[in-house]
Write a protein that binds this ligand. Structure first.
Ligand SMILES: [Zn+2]
Length: 308
């Protein structure tokens, strides 16, 4: 099966270089505020897509369990060091285009700073829809091509691509910015209803970040986030969408008929190659009885990227 190319953070020091030492306190704190405003008060099982080193994971403390998914195993190892190994966290290395979960498993999913790397965003979003239950909540952050800086640069002829057209722009290899309307259309085509939109990083300008204290910038941004309901011209946009289904088409899964089985993690998974479930637990790997593929389980990480 061919899938689009994946942006792999294997061996990356992204957490340290970008977040811890990269002067991103402002961005990190404004994201914390947005997540608080958008997350359900509580829930059973949350899927964090593109969890990386687990920077946002502690913000999901109200959920019983969290599945951290990332393509990079080394990022998940960093997350394990940060969060520890406990029943609350399940670590899964997998390709977002081939999610290894049974349909309707999760009541909530988040994808923060991750769609940014998707060469085929609608395909990735369709995978998320498949694993969410009916009325499940999806919190999505995307990089906005229609941001003020890009508009100014385009009008001053210092940038070739137009921020006004709906197609994604790949400004660096496997780094994409999206038009807000295109993202809304993809979500509604999949049966998501958008409940809230917040705009973030109104003041992501080096000069302002140097001159104005971070506390003040964070406070101002927290006020301006609500204007996302009317217009979106910031580099980062958060939406809270609910899976309401498509009238007359696929009936969404109903609560109570879900495969969620409390403690039985094995019941969460399906074979990402052939779709068969349940898989068989062979200790160091999970085996698919339908196609015979074996998926490694090592040091607390389920690895569904390539079969053994
Ligand atoms: Zn299989």
């Amino acid at each position: 099966m061919t899938t689009p190319p994946v942006c792999n953070y294997e061996g990356s020091d992204y957490q340290t270089s970008f977040w811890d030492k990269g002067g991103r306190e402002y961005e990190n704190r404004t994201e914390a505020i947005a997540l608080k405003r958008l997350l359900p008060k509580s829930g059973h099982l949350l899927l964090e897509l593109g969890a990386g080193a687990g920077r946002n994971t502690p913000r999901y403390f109200n959920f019983d369990r969290i599945v951290l998914l990332d393509y990079s195993r080394t990022q998940l190892e960093q997350a394990q060091q940060r969060l520890g190994i406990s029943d609350k966290y399940i670590y899964v290395a997998a390709d977002v285009y081939r999610l290894p979960f049974v349909a309707g498993l999760f009541d909530t999913a988040t994808m923060i700073r991750t769609l940014h790397h998707m060469a085929d965003a609608p395909k990735a979003l369709a995978q998320v829809k498949n694993v969410l239950e009916s009325e499940g909540v999806f919190i999505l952050e995307f990089a906005n091509k229609l941001n003020l800086k890009a508009i100014l640069r385009y009008l001053l002829r210092r940038q070739k691509w137009s921020p006004f057209t709906p197609e994604p722009v790949e400004f660096a290899k496997l780094n994409f910015d999206f038009h807000p309307k295109a993202v809304r259309n993809w979500l509604s085509d999949l049966g998501f209803g958008i409940e809230k939109t917040l705009t973030l990083s109104h003041f992501r300008v080096g000069f302002l970040k140097r001159v104005i204290p971070t506390n003040i910038l964070v406070f101002l941004d927290s006020l301006f986030q609500w204007t996302g309901a009317w217009w979106q011209f910031t580099p980062s946009v958060f939406v809270r969408a609910k899976l309401v289904g498509l009238h007359g088409r696929e009936a969404p899964l109903q609560r109570g008929t879900l495969p969620y089985a409390g403690d039985n993690i094995l019941s969460f998974f399906k074979c990402p190659d052939c779709g068969h479930s349940p898989l068989m637990d062979r200790n160091s790997y999970l085996e698919c009885s339908s196609c015979g593929k074996r998926w490694e389980v090592k040091d607390g990480i389920y690895d569904f990227r390539e079969s053994k």
